[in-house]
Design a protein around this ligand. Structure first.
Ligand SMILES: [Zn+2]
Length: 188
């Protein structure tokens, strides 16, 4: 779907988990490294722009933060929030987006090496690392979450399915001004 007028004018906020490799941040399946600045989706199976309808490409965030225990008990999983824009397809459990930028990281309660690595990774990304309970509030300074009324209905019995290919999907365009607004915010 091509649209020239965006449906949403502020960045959309989503939540993800990454894998820490030392101080580096990698995607959940460790196929892509996330670095400072904009992360854009590419389709690995076709030549189309990501995300494409009917494909599984795109950056996959959830609508709300993963349960706190999900990453706290693992040595290498880290939770965080992203600002999303460009083309975004909404699914029952999450989204598939074209562009993303990490806006906040969640810190574990423990004070071990993992905490130090998350702080170092957050430093490299120039994003704040906050206690998990404040993740959503920190993220909301950068955009809005998708309201429940805009999300397609859940048609699958498995409530914990990862965002991917579940049935009815809607494609929205989100204003591409996020980077510019960030730059203006810094100049102020
Ligand atoms: Zn694709």
């Amino acid at each position: 779907m091509e649209t020239s007028t965006p449906d949403l004018i502020t960045a959309v906020i989503g939540f993800r988990q990454w894998r820490l490799c030392g101080e580096e941040l990698w995607s959940f399946r460790a196929t892509e490294r996330w670095q400072r600045g904009v992360h854009s989706a590419h389709c690995l199976t076709d030549a189309h722009d990501a995300p494409a309808h009917g494909c599984s490409c795109g950056i996959h965030p959830w609508y709300s933060p993963a349960p706190r225990g999900a990453s706290a008990l693992t040595p290498d999983l880290v939770a965080g929030a992203v600002a999303l824009w460009g083309q975004i397809e909404l699914h029952a459990h999450g989204m598939r987006a074209q562009h993303a930028m990490v806006v906040a990281r969640a810190l574990p309660c423990s004070r071990g090496a993992k905490r130090r690595w998350i702080l170092a990774a957050a430093d490299a990304l120039e994003v704040p690392a906050v206690p998990a309970r404040r993740l959503k509030a920190a993220a909301l300074a950068h955009g809005d979450v998708i309201p429940r009324s805009m999300r397609p209905p859940d048609t699958t019995p498995n409530k914990r399915a990862a965002p991917g290919e579940p049935a009815p999907a809607r494609l929205y365009a989100v204003a591409d001004g996020y980077r510019e607004r960030q730059a203006r915010r810094r100049d102020r």
